[in-house]
Design a protein around this ligand. Structure first.
Ligand SMILES: Nc1ncnc2c1ncn2[C@@H]1O[C@H](COP(=O)(O)OP(=O)(O)OP(=O)(O)O)[C@@H](O)[C@H]1O
Ligand SMILES: [Mg+2]
Length: 448
């Protein structure tokens, strides 16, 4: 008897060890084969209780078969009558079967009358605690439907690399909380603001961009107001680099001229932007990286006033018109607040891509992310210092995501810049191109 017991215990221990090892060494397959089915059953089974507890149910009148206590008979036995009657019943929202995702599961829910996705977003934290998951994110693909996406653990504690994007002006810089790639696509969102406290990972993201854009046929331009310490190592791949305010003024003037030239060529050929130009006429796209944006606006004394006004206007013009003429901005800074002047506020309005790393004060998060969902602001403030590179990303789809950039050391970005130095067009080549000569090559009918 005790032998059989020992054998059973041995088998159980072996199975438990096997499952532990499976979970440890190949979590994705373990999750699909074992974890997910158990979770799906328990989520469906507990949905009524969870929805009730999280305040997501509604009272509805239903016909219900109820028992009504009747008379107490002389024997002391309570006689009950059974009958159908209308009673108010707590109704849960209809839930589809949860589907597995890389880091958890997601499920579609039909909203009840009077409910909006915001009700579910408000209950997200309660749902996460009820289901014992890291976080629940709410989105609404169409009216009347809400998708609840649960992540079992924080997927951003460690992010593994993804293959580089091969498309022009698209760079995979990290991973989203959903497990998907975090892509910065300048053709969809042309200008970006990248804010965060010191050591929050802003420059790491710029490194990732340099590494990703270096092999592409684009010109990179750096504005490094930290005296050049950040971008100078990448100068082999940069077409131009400004490290002081004076140099910035000059480079911004060049960019404005470049824009004017590109405007002329587009107008002459009847194109609305450089992408509508024939291949042989299309100028090279320019990505402008700015580190420590605030330095461009900070005034030590009155003598700098004119210079600052010039810089601010030029940068704003580049942001307003650059998109059509293939000039894209990526501005990093610790604070991008209106206290720096009206130029910054106007620039912010032109940058539809927003990235907010860890911040020390709620104002910076609000200034960077605008009036996005308050949950996004809370999330930005909750980013721990131990996970540099984690950020809240908002782009034009109106959604926000938690994401983390891949770690790209300065050495790696420097190496990429060196390896692709031959891809860097010289600044003279970009700006000094004789547009009148170029226009002469355009066949007559295409001229304005
Ligand atoms: N995605 C990441 N994964 C791992 N470590 C990271 C990541 N991003 C940044 N780090 C680490 O955090 C440190 C600070 O990052 P970074 O220099 O990019 O911060 P920063 O926001 O530019 O700071 P500062 O405002 O001082 O320039 C880096 O030395 C790097 O080691
Ligand atoms: Mg930095």
């Amino acid at each position: 008897m005790s032998d059989t017991l020992l054998q059973v215990l041995g088998v159980l221990a072996a199975v438990a060890a096997g499952l532990w090892a499976w979970r440890r060494w190949h979590h994705p397959s373990f999750w699909l084969a074992v974890g997910y089915p158990l979770t799906a059953v328990s989520v469906r089974a507990s949905w009524r209780k969870v929805a009730l507890g999280c305040g997501l149910t509604k009272k509805r009148q239903r016909w219900w078969f109820t028992t009504v206590p009747g008379l107490v008979a002389s024997t002391g036995i309570v006689r009950v009558r059974r009958k159908f009657q209308r009673v108010a019943v707590d109704t849960k929202p209809f839930m589809w079967l949860p589907k597995p995702t890389r880091y958890g599961w997601r499920v579609t829910v039909h909203t009840l009358e009077g409910q909006v996705p915001g009700d579910y977003a408000d209950a997200a934290e309660r749902l996460a605690h009820s289901w014992g998951v890291h976080a629940v994110r709410v989105s609404s693909p169409r009216p009347g439907r809400v998708v609840l996406a649960a992540t079992m653990r924080d997927p951003l504690v460690k992010v593994d690399d993804l293959p580089a994007s091969t498309e022009l002006l698209k760079v995979t810089v990290g991973r989203l909380e959903t497990g998907g790639p975090w892509v910065i696509d300048f053709r969809t969102v042309p200008h970006w603001l990248n804010a965060g406290a010191t050591q929050s990972g802003k420059s790491n993201l710029a490194n990732a961009l340099v590494q990703g854009l270096a092999p592409q046929p684009v010109a990179l331009v750096g504005f490094d107001l930290k005296g050049g310490v950040e971008f100078t190592p990448y100068s082999p791949r940069l077409s131009a680099l400004a490290t002081s305010r004076k140099e910035c003024v000059g480079l911004l003037e060049d960019l404005e001229e470049l824009m004017a030239d590109r405007m002329t060529i587009c107008r002459t050929t009847g194109a609305r932007n450089i992408w509508q130009l024939p291949d042989d006429l299309r100028p090279v796209p320019v990505v402008v990286l700015v580190d420590e944006l605030a330095e461009l606006y900070l005034m030590a004394d009155k003598s700098e006033k004119d210079e600052i006004a010039k810089t601010s206007t030029a940068l704003l013009r580049v942001a307003q018109l650059g998109r059509a003429f293939g000039i894209y901005l990526f501005c990093c800074g610790q604070r991008i607040g209106s206290d720096l002047g009206p130029g910054v506020t106007a620039l912010r309005a032109q940058c539809s891509g927003r990235i907010c790393h860890r911040v020390n004060d709620p104002e910076t998060a609000t200034m960077t992310l605008g009036d996005l969902d308050p949950a996004a602001l809370d999330s930005a403030r909750a980013i721990p210092a131990e996970t540099p590179g984690v950020a809240i990303v908002a782009s034009q789809d109106g959604q926000w995501y938690r994401a983390r950039s891949f770690y790209v050391s300065e050495q790696a970005a420097e190496q990429a810049a060196l390896n692709h130095a031959d891809r860097a067009p010289s600044w003279a080549e970009i700006t000094g191109r004789a547009y009148s000569e170029l226009l002469d090559t355009i066949p007559e009918p295409r001229k304005g």
